[in-house]
Design a protein around this ligand. Sequence first.
Ligand SMILES: Nc1ncnc2c1ncn2[C@@H]1O[C@H](COP(=O)(O)OP(=O)(O)OP(=O)(O)O)[C@@H](O)[C@H]1O
Ligand SMILES: [Mg+2]
Length: 273
Amino acid sequence: MSDTMEEGYITEDGRKIGGTLMEMKNITLRFGGVKAITDISFDIKEGEIRAIIGPNGAGKSSMLNVISGFYVPQEGEVWYKGAKRPPMKPYQVAQQGIARTFQNIALFEGMSVLDNVMTGRLNYMKTNMFQQAIWKGKAEKEEVENREFVEKVIDFLEIQSIRKTPVARLPYGLKKRVELARALAAAPHLLLLDEPMAGMNVEEKEDMSRFILDVNDEFGTTIALIEHDMGVVMDLSDRVVVMDYGKKIGDGTPDEVRNNQDVIDAYLGVSHD
Ligand SMILES: Nc1ncnc2c1ncn2[C@@H]1O[C@H](COP(=O)(O)OP(=O)(O)OP(=O)(O)O)[C@@H](O)[C@H]1O
Ligand SMILES: [Mg+2]
């Protein structure tokens, strides 16, 4: 039996979850005197939807930023696909197949939806500007391939009708979807979503939930997401890490963390000693 099969499990809805894809080991992250993350360990399994939850300021975004290479922790190790990852720049992490969205939407507001989603393909554009000038054929072929992939993503997320619209003119919920499209354009192995449904109405949340599930189901993409809406978290995720004041206070299935007293206390605002 392979390691993957030994480590994996089958979800209630019959999806196969594989072995460990990413492992965070004893991560500590400080900003000057502020400890954003204190000695946290958890893993993400192949094909899983893994939620990170916790009150404001708990260190959730910081953790996602460690995974995506935006922050380098002072202590601890990041393991990805069975190997310890050396400190890396975000673009190098992206080249390893990890894409993300941001808590505060980070799109090019003046550019069209299509052009924004195309920026998600940058890692696949091998020819540089100079080469493009002298080697037109190759650059054109690459452009066509990238364009085709992006069109598929646009169809998948049902944003064909706004493909030429400047992002600045879109309502908030659609901007969030365009950001997801840009991340998907990178064809990530691991997708990181920082509050993909924040600020959305019920209908928009339902749409976004469906897209996240479809991405996981149809492409087998592993997903780590931060979300405040507990209903959404319970519906979407296979396992949940709970953070509070930079520490891990819970880790398990949605049911397990829901019944964890430390988690209940943190959410009810019980004081910490
Ligand atoms: N770049 C930074 N410089 C200094 N302090 C930071 C920085 N980023 C985060 N922090 C601090 O680290 C702690 C954790 O912040 P983080 O943004 O990770 O929390 P969060 O759980 O994502 O919160 P929220 O739910 O409000 O998004 C906070 O005390 C925050 O002020
Ligand atoms: Mg955050």
